[in-house]
Write a protein that binds this ligand. Sequence first.
Ligand SMILES: *Cc1c(COP(=O)(O)O)cnc(C)c1O
Length: 395
Amino acid sequence: MHHHPGLFIPGPTNVPDAVRRAMNIPQEDMRSPDFPKLTLPLFADLKSVFKTQTGQPFIYPASGTGGWEAVLTNTLNPGDKVLISTFGQFSSLWSDMCRRLGFDVEVVEGEWGEGVPVERFADILSADKDHRIRAVLGTHNETATGVTSSIAGMRKALDASDHPALLYIDGVSSIASIDFRMDEWGVDGIVSGSQKGFMLPTGLAIICVSQKALAAHASSKFPRCFFSFEDMQRANKDGYFPYTPATVLLRGLRASLDLLFEEGLENVFARHHHIASGVRAAVAAWGLDLVARDRKWYSDTVSAVYTPAGVDAVQVLRRAFDRYGVSFGSGLARLNGKVFRIGHIGATNEVMMLGALAAAEMALVDCGAKIELGSGVAAAQSRYGARPQVLAKAA
Ligand SMILES: *Cc1c(COP(=O)(O)O)cnc(C)c1O
């Protein structure tokens, strides 16, 4: 019997006890006079998480994928041109959604292991003299490859040619774990979900849009109903929803935000960086390669690791699960069988991660990898002996 949840995938993530307790409650009346006492502060506090003064958050009973759709269908028109780069499974799926929704999608196919090609985007945007590109899309943290992109760099690419396109970011595996600054980076739409950095079960799409995106909404003729901003805004302003909200998850979100603010967002980011650096030290000690090709792309929420030649990553995942009760993320799409992913997002600490690394090491060795038992764990331990540094405030 496995008593430890052993969940080291990049979402759903482990739910802290305080959050679980907050959700162990009777059902409640979502039209009661005191329901807004829960919801109005949630909207205000989400703005702090997204680092925005003027943005407008929305919470849907959906997953992150619904958040993608909400942002696109509320602010664009069918046939609008959008620019996106694909460099992993999630950016590819978002691009595919754009195509299926009927947008004119300009795709820059990137290398899996690199991030948003901001120089290439700058060239495309400056060549787009009559501003046909209406939105530029970026995946902040590509969960399939463990690659984090520079959103400040995307903003620069737009500003270099004074391009007015909307900037939409998928932050599903970065929000509340990796620094994100909506206002400073001029982001017009940010998408996240409950089951990653927010440490909740799946079931909420949590997004935030700028005033510029709300202005675009006024002229957007896209058919929509469930995700309609105007229905949401009308009800949300008094703390209610146009349909039944996921009240239990909203209670959980309250507890999750309390934990994040108690630790301090900057400390949360520093902790993720600290935990991730131990994982990367272990991977290096094993002599294995990350999918991320350069340290500037390294993700602090997920590490995608190539197994050695001749060692099937599917077998490693199976062995870790069957024998040690530990789940790692699988290699997605073209990385299947070659890669396993170690999730280090949400409620994690050094000791949990050392357990995960020990299990990964054993599963790799059991499947034939020539790795010295303990080598990765020791490398991580020497990292974890040093206290995490609070990130300096950006200049
Ligand atoms: C998990 C994830 C998604 C998909 O979210 P769902 O909640 O599964 O719909 C999208 N983008 C990224 C980067 C993700 O990590």
